[in-house]
Design a binder for this molecule. Structure first.
Ligand code: LMR
Length: 398
């Protein structure tokens, strides 16, 4: 039966974890996957999460099946966070939100629903994008192409080319946009650029699918979600996938959501019914624990304030590591201007290193980053910074 099965390639990001775990180099550093570690190199258990779990444990409940669309209080909390608790679109009942298995799960539910709705649509992702965007939409049955994004020469975004590609896209094209903290480049659009993108999406009849996996890691919770307000103001129907993996440090709990903004509450009801079919036929209904924790924190003022403070702490530490990396690389004798690292937002830095240089970082120095040149700045700390900078300097200098 399986004689013809071929070995699939390793996942370009998660596959690195496997390689990293097998590496016996005691000085190894994992800057591959997008995970935040604290300054001691430890994966944090946020205090707001521990306190919510203690309260939940004290009043432990049996674990029945959840509704197909998840915990109602969780879906409501997600909507408040993404759209603003007193947003008109929520009062009008125009948003269908479902609990999902992480941000990836939200993307997949949306992709499967869109495939039924508009099977011949093309999907456009940024060039480059998170490696899994292409795979996920391709596996959902779509033809996936790219719109220009990264400008290597300018160390930024080729905005004119991006806009021109969107203006040339056929009506109904699904455009996957990174709401904040672009993965992998770290370069985000300015509010004025977003406004042009939103106008183009509207004028061309495109379908915006916003991937918001890093809300709070760029400038702040509201600032990072600003594009959502622009889409609402433009009166778009659009998709938003949410992830709490990073912002709550709940990676393994797979806590995410998909929200679909519709033209009326009647439409939202019908869309929700279709999303539930996608979920039921994939994994039936979602798990309880992580979503309960997030709902608890977001809806309890003291815990929510604690979360916002802890999230700000992660955001600030990442920024400090960006500054420190640039300084250390300079101290290690790198003469190029690397200040672009401090202009990038979120967990990642698109370092500009080639695949060959990234491979050399791994094999000679045990420093693991993605072959695209992406490194996770959120995994740097005061202990590993010097050795990482020395390794990067060595491969940059050749
Ligand atoms: C990443 O880009 O490293 C994260 O989003 C984790 C993942 O699932 O790839």
């Amino acid at each position: 039966l399986f004689a013809a099965v071929e070995m699939a390639p390793r996942d370009p990001i998660l596959g690195l974890n496997e390689q990293f775990n097998a590496d016996t180099n005691p000085a190894k550093v994992n800057l591959g996957v997008g995970v935040y570690y604290d300054d001691k190199g430890k994966l944090p258990l946020l205090r707001c999460v521990a306190e919510a779990e203690a309260l939940m444990q004290a009043a432990a409940k049996p674990r029945g099946y959840l509704p197909i669309d998840g915990i109602a209080a969780y879906d409501k909390a997600v909507q408040g966070l993404v759209f603003g608790a007193d947003s008109a679109v929520l009062a009008e009942g125009r948003v269908a939100t479902v609990q999902a298995l992480g941000g990836t799960g939200g993307l997949k539910i949306g992709a499967d629903f869109l495939k039924r709705l508009n099977p011949n649509a093309q999907v456009l992702i940024s060039d480059p994008s998170w490696e899994n965007h292409r795979a996920l939409f391709t596996n959902a049955g779509f033809a996936v192409a790219t719109y220009p994004y990264y400008d290597a020469a300018q160390r930024g975004i080729n905005f004119e080319a991006m806009l021109a590609a969107l203006q040339a896209a056929a009506a109904g094209t699904i455009v996957v946009l990174h709401a904040c903290c672009h993965n992998p480049t770290g370069y985000d659009l300015s509010p004025a650029q977003w406004s042009q993108v939103v106008d183009t999406v509207k004028a061309r009849g495109l379908v915006a699918f916003l991937d918001m996996a890093y809300q709070g890691f760029g400038e702040g919770i509201a600032e990072d979600g600003a594009v959502i307000q622009q889409c609402l103001a433009a009166g778009l129907d659009f998709f938003v996938s949410t992830s709490f993996s990073k912002s709550f440090s709940l990676y393994g709990e797979r806590v995410g959501a998909l929200s679909v903004v519709c033209g009326s509450s009647a439409e939202a009801g019908k869309v929700l019914s279709q999303l539930k079919i996608v979920i039921r036929t994939n994994y039936s209904n979602p798990p309880t624990h992580g979503a309960q924790v997030v709902a608890h924190v977001l809806s309890t003022p003291a815990l929510r304030a604690m979360w916002e403070e802890e999230l700000a702490g992660m955001r600030v530490r990442i920024r400090e590591m960006r500054q420190a990396l640039v300084a250390e690389l300079k101290a290690a004798g790198v003469s190029q201007d690397l200040s672009f690292v401090t202009r990038q937002k979120g967990m990642f830095s698109y370092s500009g290193l080639s695949a060959a240089q990234m491979q050399r970082l791994r094999s000679e120095f045990g420093v693991y980053g993605v072959d695209s040149g992406r490194i996770c700045v959120a995994a740097l700390n005061s202990r590993n910074l010097k050795s990482v900078a020395a390794a990067m300097a060595a491969v940059i200098k050749g």
